[in-house]
Design a protein around this ligand. Structure first.
Ligand code: EZ4
Ligand code: CO
Length: 402
C-alpha cells in the first residue's frame, strides 16, 4: 500500500481547525488533527509545503519509521509547529492501520485497560453563585470530575471564565484582546470559591483548577497550600513550565497535586518534571505532542514515575484529536483524567465521529481506526477566520511576565 495524496483542510465551524487527510492507493484514508490555536496557518503551511511532498509514495504501515523520518530528518527538532504537523501525519497513519487491521486503534495499543475514559468538564462563572449553578449542571450530567474557574472581584475579565457555558471558546478576537491580571486579588479569592463548592457538593466530587501559568513558584506554593483543605485532584499549570526547577519549590510547600503539559511538544519538555516526580499529571495530548506514537512514549515514561495522564481536551483540539486521545486513554495503564470541552453542533457536523459520552465517561468508537472523519464539503462552507487568545497585562500595564 502507498500514500497517493494528503490534503490539508482548514475550516472554521465556530473555531479554526487544521486537519490532514491521507489517502492510499487502495482507497483507505486516515485523518489527523494539526490545529495550533492562534497559529493555525503556520502548521497548514508546514504540512502543505514541507511534509506532504515527502509522504507521497511512502508505505502508510511504517508509522514509527515515518515519525523518525519527519522528526530526525527535519534537522530543526521540536517546537509546536513541527510537532503538530508530525502529530497529524502520525495520527492519520494509526487511523489507516486500524482500518487495514479491522480494529479500533485502542486494540492496536494493547487493548482496553478500563471500561470508559473518565472526563472532566469546565464549570465557570463570574460569581461564586454562577459557579455553583454550573457545577450542579455538570453533576446532573453525570460528570465525576469538574474543573472550577471563577471571575475575580476587581478584575473586569478572567481567562477561563465566559458567558458561554458548555461551548466556551477562549480564542475570542480577530486580533488579541487584552485582559488584566492581579495575583493578589486572585490568591485572595480562589480558596473562598472552593470552600463554597465543597460545602455544597461534599468531599468526594473530584475538583480541579487551572491557573493558566499565571503565578511564580512561591505564589503557586501558597495557592496550593491554601487549597489543601478542599482536596483538589489537581492544580493545573501553576507556573509557566519552561523552568522545571520552579516546580521543586511548589513541591516543598504543598500536597495539592500538580498537573502540567498542555503546551509541551515532546518528551524532552516533560522529562525532568517526570523523573524528579515534580508533577502528578502530565497533560500532553495527541495533536501538540507528536501524535499517538510520541504521546505513548511520554505516558510510558510517566508510568515509571507515579505520574498519570491528564490530556488536554479544550475546544481547539478537534474531534479528530479527541477520538485519538480516547484510544490512548483507554489503553494505557496510568490513565488519570481526560479533559472534555464539548464542541459546537457545527464542529460535530464537519467531523462526524463515533465516540460518545455516557455517565461521566467517554467511549471511543468500536469501528476500525479512530472512528472519526472530516466531511470536506461541510468543511468548505466554513472558511478560516483569524482568531487569537488574549494577552494578559498586570494592573500597571506590564505584559504579565510569567
Ligand atoms: O487555554 O485550549 O485546560 N485547558 C486550557 C485551555 C487552553 C486553550 C489554549 O488553546 O487551558 O482553555
Ligand atoms: Co489548561
Amino acid at each position: 500500500m502507498r500514500i497517493v495524496d494528503a490534503r490539508v483542510i482548514v475550516t472554521c465551524p465556530g473555531r479554526n481547525f487544521v486537519t490532514l487527510k491521507i489517502v492510499t492507493d487502495e482507497g483507505v484514508t486516515g485523518v489527523g488533527d494539526a490545529t495550533l490555536n492562534g497559529r493555525e496557518l503556520a502548521v497548514a503551511s508546514y504540512l502543505r509545503d514541507h511534509v506532504v511532498p515527502l509522504l507521497i509514495g511512502r508505505d502508510p504501515a511504517r508509522i514509527e519509521d515515518t515519525w523518525q523520518y519527519l522528526y530526525q530528518g527535519a534537522y530543526w527538532r521540536r517546537g509546536p509547529v513541527t510537532m503538530s504537523a508530525i502529530a497529524a501525519v502520525d495520527t492519520a497513519l494509526w487511523d489507516i492501520k486500524g482500518k487495514v487491521a479491522g480494529l479500533p486503534v485502542y486494540q492496536l495499543l494493547g487493548g482496553r485497560s478500563r471500561e470508559g475514559v473518565t472526563v472532566y468538564g469546565h464549570a465557570n462563572g463570574e460569581t461564586v453563585e454562577d459557579v455553583l449553578v454550573e457545577v450542579a449542571r455538570y453533576v446532573d450530567l453525570g460528570y465525576r470530575a469538574i474543573r472550577v474557574q471563577c471571575g475575580v472581584p476587581g478584575l473586569p475579565k478572567t481567562y477561563g471564565v465566559s458567558a458561554d457555558k458548555l461551548f466556551y471558546e477562549p480564542a475570542d478576537a480577530a486580533l488579541p484582546s487584552e485582559a488584566t491580571w492581579s495575583t493578589a486579588r486572585y490568591l485572595a479569592h480562589v480558596p473562598t470559591v472552593f470552600a463554597r463548592v465543597r460545602d455544597e457538593f461534599g468531599p468526594t466530587l473530584r475538583l480541579l483548577h487551572d491557573v493558566h501559568h499565571r503565578l511564580s513558584p512561591i505564589e503557586a506554593a501558597r495557592l496550593g497550600r491554601s487549597l489543601e483543605p478542599y482536596a483538589l485532584t489537581w492544580m493545573e499549570d501553576p507556573v509557566p513550565a519552561e523552568l522545571p526547577e520552579g516546580f521543586r519549590l511548589i513541591r516543598q510547600h504543598t500536597t495539592t497535586p500538580v498537573a502540567v503539559g498542555e503546551v509541551f511538544n515532546t518528551i524532552w519538555d516533560a522529562a525532568q518534571l517526570i523523573r524528579e516526580q515534580l508533577i502528578d499529571y502530565i497533560r500532553t495530548t495527541v495533536v501538540h505532542a507528536g501524535g499517538i506514537t510520541h504521546l505513548r512514549r511520554i505516558f510510558d515514561l510517566a508510568a515509571l514515575h507515579h505520574v498519570r495522564s491528564g490530556s488536554h481536551g479544550a475546544t481547539d483540539l478537534s474531534p479528530v484529536c479527541m477520538a485519538a486521545a480516547l484510544h490512548v486513554d483507554l489503553a494505557i495503564p496510568n490513565f488519570g483524567l481526560q479533559e472534555y470541552m464539548r464542541h459546537t453542533d457545527a464542529t460535530d457536523e464537519v467531523f462526524p465521529h463515533g465516540y460518545h459520552y455516557a455517565d461521566g465517561y467517554l467511549h471511543p468508537a468500536e469501528t476500525p481506526g479512530l472512528g472519526v472523519d472530516i466531511d470536506e464539503q461541510a468543511a468548505a462552507r466554513y472558511p478560516y477566520a483569524p482568531a487569537y487568545l488574549p494577552v494578559n497585562r498586570l494592573e500597571d500595564g506590564t505584559v504579565h511576565p510569567w
